[in-house]
Design a protein around this ligand. Structure first.
Ligand code: GLU
Length: 452
């Protein structure tokens, strides 16, 4: 089955973790089913849309690796929306209304008092041409409503299952404002038909729009896509994420040292039946993700989890992807070094310390971290240091000999050596680090630490 999906942000701000999740799910779905992923910029709101945000969205997606097959802008497609509107008008499905906001509010109030739902009463359908002319002469500009069919819409939501909406319980939606501008509904449906969108995967804040969109799609002669509404992410305290997005933009997460694969893996697995796991292979991830596995209950976003996932991802990140990124941060390691270092860092920037350990000078351990006995021990260690060539067995042979000669074991044996050679109490496996360090540097460090 060929599937085409779209991600349709309004360029009124930067991408945040919540809408990135929507992009990720759409991208993976298209990838899995061999279809296109389209970026549609919903930029008909000229007041709030900005080119700099459009650019930032494109760049953020590219950095995340979610490259769209093509980019469409609604602002360039207004003629098509006009055409669709004309077609609906000819068929009597789009009708002009002249009520002011105030008049509509009064109607709703009267309905509420009579115990009726606040559904638009379609009074405008009864206006004669003369009455309309008179209203226009008063200076009123019409807004335009879509006449909903009086029926129940049923659809199968790929996340939530059967959904049923009685359109008679909804107001005929306004598609065109009095100033002639389009609201979101008509352009979205026209584009979904025109681009051959087969699956609309989006947040459940749009669930209520769906029945209307299906009716409109049918009125325009289109085949409604499959809908999948995932539960929006919530903040760690359970509140809405959107109110706490200040520092959760893609750019911020990137600056805090997160890798694109971490963010994509997180977005693809959180709030689903899958464990939150790091994926470096996007095809493997695409195979795992299925819409039916998404939960309809909201998941909570937790930034600590994202950083822990980053550490796990780095552990699996292949050398050819890691080295260029390290180089960008001014860190030079080779593949053998990366493979030894990666298990001990949470962010790539942490590798700078290990680069210094391997290639530069590090300060000798402070005097309070090593006792006088430790220093004497390090002197002995220098004397017993095996000759090169070294391999992964050298550490064991060396520390075995030291153990025999000094009687030290466990922490007393290993910690002073680790401190002297790496400056830290924790780090990569010493058996693998030692051959990379080389005999000359090892000796210098032992002597420096022994003499304090
Ligand atoms: N521009 C809409 C939004 O950002 C798109 C919704 C949709 O996917 O249909 O909410």
């Amino acid at each position: 089955m060929n599937s085409t999906t779209r991600f349709a942000p309004s360029p009124t701000g930067r991408l945040h973790i919540g809408n990135v999740r929507t992009a990720v799910l759409n991208w993976l779905f298209a990838r899995r089913h061999g279809g296109d992923f389209i970026l549609r910029l919903d930029d008909t709101d000229t007041e709030r849309s900005r080119e700099e945000y459009a650019q930032a969205i494109i760049e953020d997606l590219e950095w995340l690796g979610l490259v769209p097959a093509r980019i469409e802008r609604q602002s360039a497609r207004l003629a098509l929306y006009e055409e669709a509107a004309e077609q609906l008008k000819r068929e009597g499905l789009l009708y002009d209304c002249y009520e002011t906001e105030q008049e509509l509010a009064l109607k709703r109030k009267a309905q509420a008092m009579a115990g009726h739902p606040p559904v638009y009463d379609r009074a405008a359908l009864n206006l004669s041409e003369d009455e309309k002319r008179a209203l226009r002469a008063e200076g009123r500009q019409p807004h335009w409503r879509f006449r909903l069919p009086d029926e129940v819409v049923r659809f199968h939501d790929a996340v939530r299952g059967e959904v049923r909406v009685d359109l008679r319980s909804l107001s005929d939606p306004v598609l065109i404002r009095a100033d002639g501008s389009f609201l979101y509904t008509l352009p979205s449906v026209v584009d979904d038909i025109d681009f051959g969108i087969t699956h609309v995967i989006r947040g459940d804040d749009h669930l209520t729009n769906t029945a209307v969109q299906i009716a409109l799609c049918q009125a325009l002669g289109g085949e409604p896509p499959v809908f999948a509404h995932h539960a929006l992410l919530r903040a760690a305290d359970g509140g809405p994420l959107s109110k706490r997005l200040g520092s959760l933009g893609v750019a911020d997460l990137r600056e805090r040292g997160l890798e694109p694969e971490t963010i994509v893996s997180y977005c693809a697995t959180i709030g689903s039946a899958l464990p939150v796991e790091p994926f470096t292979d996007m095809d493997a991830l695409a195979q795992r993700v299925a819409l039916e596995r998404l939960s309809s209950a909201p998941a909570r976003f937790n930034e600590d989890e994202l950083h822990a996932l980053n550490a796990r991802l780095l552990h699996a990140l292949p050398c050819e992807r890691a080295l260029p990124r390290l180089r960008q941060q001014g860190i030079e390691l080779d593949c053998a070094e990366w493979e030894v270092v990666r298990a001990n860092i949470e962010h790539l920037a942490d590798a700078a310390h290990w680069e210094a350990v391997l290639h530069a000078d590090i300060p000798a351990p402070s005097t309070d971290s090593l006792s006088a006995e430790d220093r004497a021990f390090l002197q002995q260690a220098a004397e017993l240091l095996p000759a090169e060539p070294w391999d992964d067995a050298t550490w064991k042979a060396w520390t075995g000999a030291l153990k025999q000669q000094t009687g030290r074991k466990g922490k007393a044996l290993f910690l002073p050596l680790r401190l002297a050679l790496t400056g830290r109490a924790h780090g990569p496996e010493m058996s693998r680090l030692l051959p990379l360090l080389g005999r000359e540097r090892t000796l210098i460090r032992l002597h420096a630490a022994a003499t304090g």
